[in-house]
Design a protein around this ligand. Structure first.
Ligand SMILES: Cc1cc2nc3c(=O)[nH]c(=O)nc-3n(C[C@H](O)[C@H](O)[C@H](O)COP(=O)(O)O)c2cc1C
Length: 129
């Protein structure tokens, strides 16, 4: 089963969660900023996440999602870090669904920088999805 992890992170919190998910998924987390971020080969699961900034997800993450080809993504799973609200999870789901991509209900979340237990849970999330 092929899996990919993509994220956008300003201060490293979501990057840490993405790295743990990637460990569980047996892949490498790639920032949407990187030149290698595009999903070129079909994937069974695309894990995609970001923080919440002034009630929204970052424009770079939105733009990345807008480039996704639904025929190359069997399903997506979202993750996020934020301070108070888990709204980013719904925003991500909505952006992906608008692209015609199936999104699983299960999500992965940590408040700001993930702790040891959250990183362990993220790894399991990456492994089972
Ligand atoms: C400019 C800015 C705006 C933010 N706005 C929100 C917000 O509206 N709601 C919230 O819960 N957290 C908010 N946060 C907290 C971040 O979502 C949180 O710290 C997150 O873990 C950052 O992830 P990152 O380190 O991957 O960028 C904000 C942080 C910054 C820097």
């Amino acid at each position: 089963m092929s899996k990919a992890v993509r994220y956008y992170s300003r201060s490293g919190n979501t990057k840490a969660l993405a790295a743990a998910i990637a460990t569980g998924a047996g892949t490498t987390a790639i920032s949407v900023d990187e030149s290698t971020a595009a999903i070129v080969e079909p994937v069974d699961t695309l894990f995609i996440g970001g923080g919440l900034y002034a009630y929204g997800i970052d424009k770079k993450l939105k733009i990345f999602i807008s480039t996704l080809d639904s025929s190359k993504v069997k399903k997506a799973a979202v993750f996020s870090t934020s301070w108070l609200s888990k709204h980013a999870l719904d925003l991500l789901k909505n952006e992906l669904k608008a692209r015609g991509i199936t999104v699983i209900e299960e999500t992965c979340y940590a408040k700001n920088m993930p702790g040891t237990n959250e990183l362990k849970a993220a790894e399991e999330f990456g492994k089972r999805n």
